[in-house]
Design a protein around this ligand. Structure first.
Ligand SMILES: [Zn+2]
Length: 86
């Protein structure tokens, strides 16, 4: 295999992995894999700016907390019922 081909292949694979990891962290792993596979670096970027489904913002202290939390671990404020969870 030619060096340039190998380089671009590795370059592409790195962004596929990055995109998949971001997708996994945000709760849409399949979308991350697909975006990384189809768009490479752009897919990873899109995933980076996509909506985080696994985390919500605490209405009291604005900390990023898990979307299934009932109380905020930072300030103990009640979260359920205050934040729209989709
Ligand atoms: Zn809080």
């Amino acid at each position: 295999m030619e060096f340039t081909t190998l380089f671009w292949f590795c370059f592409y694979m790195v962004f596929l992995v990055i995109s998949s990891l971001i997708g996994y962290q945000k709760g849409h792993f399949i979308a991350g894999v697909l975006l990384g596979y189809v768009l490479g670096p752009i897919g990873a970027l899109v995933m980076y700016f996509s909506k985080d489904k696994k985390h919500i913002i605490c209405p009291a202290c604005e900390a990023e907390i898990h979307h299934k939390s009932y109380y905020c671990p930072m300030c103990r404020a009640q979260v359920r019922g205050h934040v729209k969870v989709d």
